[in-house]
Design a binder for this molecule. Sequence first.
Ligand SMILES: Cc1ncc(COP(=O)(O)OP(=O)(O)O)c(N)n1
Ligand SMILES: Cc1nc(C(=O)O)sc1CCOP(=O)(O)O
Ligand SMILES: [Mg+2]
Length: 239
Amino acid sequence: MRKISKLHFITTSAALAEQACRGGVDWIQLRLKNVSYEEYRKVALEVQDVCKRYNATLIINDLPRLALDINADGVHLGKEDIMTPEEEAALLAGGHIIGCTTNTLEDILHFKNKPVSYLGLGPFRHTTTKQNLSPILGLGGYKNIMESLRTSSQKLPPVIAIGGIILYDIPSLFETGIHGIALSGAIGNASDISAKAAEFTKLVNDPTASNDPWGNSDAQTRDIIAGGIGEIIGNITFN
Ligand SMILES: Cc1ncc(COP(=O)(O)OP(=O)(O)O)c(N)n1
Ligand SMILES: Cc1nc(C(=O)O)sc1CCOP(=O)(O)O
Ligand SMILES: [Mg+2]
């Protein structure tokens, strides 16, 4: 099975996936809502072509059947998503990745000894990318959950933080012990998607920045804060 990346870019098109991969992203989750199976399949094949060219992992959101149909690398499933026992068996037999959504420590512990490759844990903060959000965790929520996981010393899948994450959040989030982050808006809404993807790729893979939120040089710190404020303003929608 492929290594679970520290940066998952969630997107809706091959064009966005390609720009992100050009900036160094190596994990794409295709997430389409309210489209027919055929439309989802068409876009998935286009994104798969991009992923193959950049050697990036392709995860299909919601539909195990589609992941099997096009032989994607894996599938992401939330609590409401349905996977038949036959689909699960076929995905596992094919060595496919299965990711699942969690919001609480109890949700995570439920996956003990289950054949799940990673767990999305969120939302970190409010986001308009997803409707019907679970309760917001904030940094405190991640600290508490990750600390409980450490003390319980149970063997559990790696945790991927998700929900409204911007560049500025990375050092403190990684300090809680998460394996990686998943995001859509902070890269997909950037004016230069490849450049923003490159910034995220660098920061998630920089262990010093990951361990010490203020360990950057002053200039870097200013850039991160300015970038974060820019992203927050960029994410505000005016009615
Ligand atoms: C990495 C990751 N974590 C969580 C989710 C959310 O999945 P789900 O709860 O099924 O919600 P939708 O994305 O389907 O709206 C995710 N997609 N990826
Ligand atoms: C798809 C998704 N799932 C979430 C969860 O909490 O389970 S939050 C979310 C949206 C992620 O996109 P953005 O980075 O734009 O907020
Ligand atoms: Mg889902």
